[in-house]
Write a protein that binds this ligand. Sequence first.
Ligand SMILES: [Zn+2]
Length: 462
Amino acid sequence: MNIDIAAAPEESPETAAKRLIATKRRRRARRQFLFGFLLTAIFISWMVNDFLAPDVNSVSLSAKPAPSAPEINFDRRDMVPMQRRSSEDQLKKGDSLAALLARNGVAAGEAQAALDSLKTEFDARNLQPGQKVRVFRAWPPEDDAKLSEGQFAGFDLIPEPRQKVIVQRLDDGRFETTRQNRPLNEKYFVADTLITSSVYEAARSSGVAPNLVADLIRLFSFSVDFQRDIREGDQLEVLYTRRFDQNNQLAEEGEIIFVALTNRGQRLAYWLHNQDDEERHYYDEQGRSVQRLLMRTPVDGARLSSRYGMRRHPILGYTRLHRGLDFAAPVGTPIYAAGDGQVIKIGRYGDSGLYIKLRHNDRFETAYAHMNGFAKGLKKGDKVKQGQVIGYVGRTGLATGPHLHYEVLQGNMPVNPRSLNLPPRQELSAQQLAAFETTRTQAAKRIGTLASRNNSLTSLPR
Ligand SMILES: [Zn+2]
């Protein structure tokens, strides 16, 4: 300081006064700017809290924003407190963890030591492109983190929603890998929307995740023809869950708890219900399962290539009754059991080629022909579940190309699977209906609570 004063050139009192005023002005401007900045910051954080919070369940919303992701936990060791920082990266297609670490400035030797440690606990070969990885660096407290690169302190990743894998450098320089369970909180959300173009659009634009929209469409596909039946102004209501980690970050999508579609004035509603600790299924208001006794199309991604009825046979050349439906699909496409039942025929049967017949109850049987092969180990007398793979599409027997010939027999007579009004797969008994009533009441309460909060659902992350 002394040196500065001594070095400063002499100045007149006039200049000195001017300089003093200028300094004062600068200080005032700085104060005003700081004050303005502070007000803006407070306003922005208030906005973020009130309008952009990713959760409509405001009960669990605190006044503070969610804390940022936690740093690696070093508490259990006596260590010099270090400054830590993480940078996030993700695996690209054809990428490896080694490449990712190199890209983030980790020296080859250190990266290898960390990966060797990881190998003892976790198989990184199954990681998918898009997997996020946080790479940590540490600095001694007195260092300026802007000036030096710091030391590679490890990395962590969340390979599945309920699990975290942490690789951290110990104070002796070695690396240690630990796995942590991540407890997740389930939260409920509602969407209540009018359909303007399609069910898919309506559900997506009110924040329902794509996988849940697919579930929802599958649920209604037993009773609604989406291409024909949906009208503008139909209403869709959904109660669904999402799971959050302890930092209030979305960890995974949950499931549909309740869904209702009011289609041309008629309301179809389904509830997810756990019956006797068995699988959970969806039931309608009367306790009938959404799933019907038989699936309409026992093969995925197939094209209906020949309908039921009289037709000229493509190979035999004369007209006869086509006793079933033909679904064209590539060789090897899985074929599902259309309903719960028992295998009563399995083998090679002349023109039908490799063939399976299932008995579902005392009224219905289904048959599958021209298969390429059967599900491994499947034999006569075996019990099968609806949707279980029983074989694969082929062109064995009398067939012009790979397809599934599918027949439904009622009392041993072929019937048109398309025009059948199939009974539900399961109906709840009077006693089971009491438990189902509880499920429905709970769903109604949740919807009531969420709806009364009057939250804007459009701000949900998509
Ligand atoms: Zn056929």
